[in-house]
Ligand binder design. Sequence first.
Ligand code: GLU
Length: 278
Amino acid sequence: MITRFAPSPTGPLHLGHAYAAIRAHDMARAAGGRFLLRIEDIDRQRSKPAWEAQILDDLRWLGLSWDGPVMRQSERLNIYRQTLEKLWDRGFLYACTCSRRDIEAAASAPQEGVSYGPDGIIYPGTCRASGAPRPGQPLPDAVLRLNQERAATDCSFEEICEIHRGRHAITRAEMIREVGDVVLARREMGTSYHLAVVLDDAAQGITHVTRGADLFEATKIHVTLQKLLELPTPTYCHHMLIRDEAGKRLAKRDDARALATYRAEGASPADIRRLIGL
Ligand code: GLU
């Protein structure tokens, strides 16, 4: 078994991250497997080396050890680009010039308003024909969308954790209608979360993807991409989220629940485990 923790270095780790990291770590260790660390720093505006340093320090303090070197997405931009070129040449991508406002205007049917999928507004397909590659055209420096009509196939994945346990079927029709042509490359990133996570999980040989239940719906996109790229589909564990007293999930801005705050107040790693029920 190989699991991973994949934080973005855009703020301090809070109790929710501690929960995710400990679940992934303990699952691998209990099975005599490997636990890997990946820093998801493709958002160059928000990612900061100082946050990464603090994340590693907090994880060590929690008593979590990871195997092998840390993977950093910022060091893999050429891998993402090569994959985008391959998909572009095979006609699975198209360039999209729509602004958010264009999309909202085109997507809102008069009575129903805008429909949302796991990746936000379901794209109405405005640029699908005009943005398609012409013969010999190199990968453009543009927002690139996945053409689901071409990409989607019926597929499925296995979920082993508490909320969604069981086998989940994904149909081609559902991907076209309810997910739509998601963005695989943002201009300022040269990739997207979805593409990077699929390529990185495969490159690290992750057998069990453990992460918060907020990403359960996005898994359809990831499994579709795995099929398209002929990569193995791992087993998934989407675990519960740690919430505040009001029932809201914790966010990076909740500094009050940052591990650093608990550490400064004298809490021990065992106290943290107790607080989050692990
Ligand atoms: N980097 C993501 C986050 O910090 C996690 C992505 C994943 O586990 O697939 O929320």
